[in-house]
Design a protein around this ligand. Structure first.
Ligand SMILES: Cc1cc2nc3c(=O)[nH]c(=O)nc-3n(C[C@H](O)[C@H](O)[C@H](O)COP(=O)(O)O)c2cc1C
Length: 212
C-alpha cells in the first residue's frame, strides 16, 4: 500500500514538474525573498556583449519570468510591469536550446511554440557564442482598446522598455546579466513564430549568468 502511494506521488510530481502534455512546462512557484536590493542592482547594472553558456536553473528561470511580467496581484490579474491602459500587451518568448516557449503569466507556465534551438536567429555572426537564454518581447497592439495606431506603437515601445528593465534589474540582483537589443531580423522572427500583423517584436534580451 505504502509503495503504491509512493509511486502515485512520484508520477504526480513528474507530471507537475515537467510537461503536462509535452507542450507546457510548469514553472516553479516564484520566490518571495531573494537577490540584492534594488539600489545594489542599480549600482551594478550594465549591458555586456559576452554571455555565459551555463543552463539557467529552474528557479532562476521561474523568478526571472515572474519578475519580468508575472502576476503579482492575482485577485486583479495585474502584473509586475505596468502597461498602458492595463492592456498587458507584452508577451515574452523564451528561446533556449530545446525550443521557443511563450510565457503564460496567468498560470506561470511555458507553452511550447517551436521545437528546437532557434537562438541563432538573433546572431549577427556564425561564430557568436549563444547565451543560454534569449527573451523576446513582443507587443500585441490589438490589446489596446483605445488610441490611434501611432499611439499604440508608442505605448508598445514604452511597455516593452518597462518589462526589459524588470528583467535587467532582476538579472543583476542575482548575478545574471542581460543586454536589451532592438536590432534583430524581425521578418524571420515573425515567420518562425507565426506572428500576426498586430504582434510587434520590440526588444530581444540575451541573458546568462555573469561570465567569470
Ligand atoms: C532601446 C534600446 C535598444 C538597444 N538596442 C541594442 C542593439 O540592437 N544592439 C546592442 O548591441 N545593444 C543595444 N542596446 C544596448 C545599448 O547599446 C546599451 O544599453 C548602451 O550602450 C549603454 O550601455 P549600458 O547598458 O551598459 O549602460 C539597446 C539599448 C536600448 C535601451
Amino acid at each position: 500500500m505504502k509503495k503504491g502511494v509512493f509511486i502515485c506521488l512520484i508520477i504526480s510530481l513528474m507530471t507537475n514538474l515537467f510537461a503536462q502534455d509535452n507542450k507546457s512546462i510548469v514553472l516553479n512557484p516564484p520566490s518571495r525573498d531573494r537577490g540584492k536590493t534594488v539600489i545594489d542592482a542599480l549600482w551594478q547594472r550594465s549591458s555586456p556583449r559576452e554571455f555565459d553558456t551555463k543552463k539557467i536553473s529552474d528557479q532562476d528561470l521561474s523568478d526571472l519570468l515572474w519578475a519580468a511580467n508575472g502576476i503579482n496581484r492575482p485577485e486583479e490579474g495585474k502584473r509586475t510591469a505596468p502597461s498602458a491602459v492595463n492592456a498587458q500587451d507584452i508577451d515574452i518568448f523564451v528561446f533556449n536550446d530545446t525550443g521557443v516557449y511563450l510565457y503564460n503569466a496567468q498560470n506561470h507556465r511555458l507553452q511550447l511554440v517551436v521545437k528546437g534551438d532557434n537562438r541563432k536567429i538573433f546572431s549577427s555572426t556564425e561564430t557568436e557564442t549563444l547565451p543560454s537564454l534569449l527573451l523576446l518581447l513582443v507587443s500585441d497592439i490589438s490589446r489596446f482598446r483605445i488610441g490611434e495606431e501611432t499611439v499604440k506603437l508608442e505605448w508598445a515601445a514604452i511597455d516593452a522598455g518597462i518589462v526589459a528593465q524588470n528583467i535587467l534589474l532582476f538579472c543583476t540582483s542575482i548575478d545574471m546579466v542581460g543586454r536589451p537589443r532592438a536590432f534583430m531580423n524581425k521578418e524571420s522572427i515573425k515567420e518562425l513564430l507565426k506572428l500576426n500583423e498586430k504582434q510587434y517584436p520590440v526588444l530581444n534580451i540575451p541573458v546568462s549568468y555573469k561570465k567569470k
